[in-house]
Design a protein around this ligand. Sequence first.
Ligand code: CA
Length: 654
Amino acid sequence: MMKKYFLLSALCLLTLTCRAEDVSVASPDGHLVLTLHANDGLAMYSITLDGKQMVEPSRLGLLSDLGDFTQQLTLTGTQQGYFDWNVDYTRVKCSQSTGEARTLQSQFTNADGLEMDIEFFVANHDVAYRYIIPRPESGNPKCTVIRGEASAFRFPQQTTTFLCPQINPMTGWERTKPSYEEDYTADAPMDVKSRFGEGYTFPCLFRVGDDGWVLVGETGVSGAYCASHLSDYSADTGYTIAFPMEGEANGYGSAYANVPLPCETPWRTITVGATLAPIVETTVAYDLVDPLYEPTQDYRPGRYTWSWLIWQDESINYDDQVRFIDLAAEMGFEYCLVDNWWDERIGRERIAQLSDYARARGVSLMLWYNSNGFYNDAPQTPRDCMNTAIARDREMRWLQSIGVKGIKVDFFGSDKQATMQLYEDILSDANRYGLQVIFHGCTIPRGWERMYPNYVASEAALASENVMFSEYHAQKEGFELTMHPFSRNALGSFDWGGVIMNRYMSRDNQSRHRRYTSDTFEMATGIVLQTSVNCVAMQPNNLTELPQHELDFLRRLPTTWDETRFIDGYPTRYVVLARRHGTQWYVAGLNGTDQPMTLTLDLPMMAGQTVQYYTDRPLRKGEAFMQSQLRTLKVSKDGKAQVTIQPMGGIILI
Ligand code: CA
């Protein structure tokens, strides 16, 4: 759809340039300006916002077996066009996206006279570009290998970074990395080496001093290309697109992109804002891609219970799973996720019985799978069910026959094109059998919510399991969850696997380390973190432990949103978002710091209303945990509301 429109609209405004020069395109509102520079044989671009430099002149181009398109380039023509869209979404931060953009198509030839085109999209808050390589006029070759990209991102010197390092392949648990599960560093200077020397995983957030924010990502990555990340910083070129590491997936698959000719690469996306609102609210990851197949049914959003987070492997038995199904039924949740080892510890016959039991209680099962295979050592079963078309077909047919509605597939550990093909094949096959898919131990989605209509969300972060595993991560929960709305979750749905209501990370809810966040914080994460099928990781004991207003809130928690607005926040410190479900607005805030925070919020959607106000009562002497409170709050006629968020606490306004 997008592609056709670009070509049609390109005819409307035709300007042909025959010599090297700069070509600028302003966004429809005129604030954001992209400039294409063609000088000294190099293709470069830069971006300004209201005249302020947000991206400095940065290299473009790619290196392929067909030819070198990184240097000795001649700009032979440009065409400017216009593009608008109005699209419905079912599983992202909003239910409708409308917008308009200016487009720029540019044609370059290299030293051998071969053509490479670069297509730009310039909306009010987003710039995106991709490469198009035509088939040579002689008709051959009809395919090539892309060895790398010159695509660079250079920022003004005052820029600081909010980045997650890429880790070396075949490291970590049973050699399953990289899986996007490393610590973010906040507000760091550009001129530092990444922790593992392998650059940074997307999305990558940059603060351009007081001038604003830039979020870099990519979208439209299918089995037709590899996924990429950003290189380490160099003063000369800035950050550049880096392809997967050779060693990923135990060396299986190429680290390059094998493409047909003609080919289009994925989009490189650059979201730019004077404030963080455009970053939180962007839909660029979805607006630039199209569905790759039709859904076989209306996939149902909802909440799921999950025994594994706290009760761990010992809970993978029939009786414990009955308790989590009963919990889901009691809470009115749609799903229960049975995690690893179910094939051995419950068995396939008894899982079918468990699914019957769940369905009789109005709950659908989702089942865990190991994606392996042959590319890492993750021992958990079921294995060898998802990595070949033959095994998948047999397995998914059986899942459908016993009424299972979703799968969670784990331990991928690679961004190579071969692995992108595996993700795509699992999704496409699962759609035939009415299965929604969650990925763990995995890469981030890149437009997948729209490309694959049964894709739900990915982990691809230090998720809730780490709060369980170590006190260090339990203490960092506030830091992590006030980072993701501005980066990881801004460009893709996120299976955090949380809303953790146990006070202690143990089945008896007394031993091991504690949770450092308040109950209101956890409930607010159910709104702040977006995925259409969301985990509420409460435990059966929470039913009798939690105050009634908390249980009532969790029972009514939506997982789909018609609109999302940034209200206030700063990455790794605090965040306040507003999301609309139908006609009801939900405002949720998290404080990730150890100090109380008093904020005057701008809430035009609640102006003049008296709203429900979930908050935390400050700790009293001798108390270890804050109590949540449900009060009312009057929002002024001009939409102002003053709130206080306690340390590692939360607020919710409904
Ligand atoms: Ca994981």
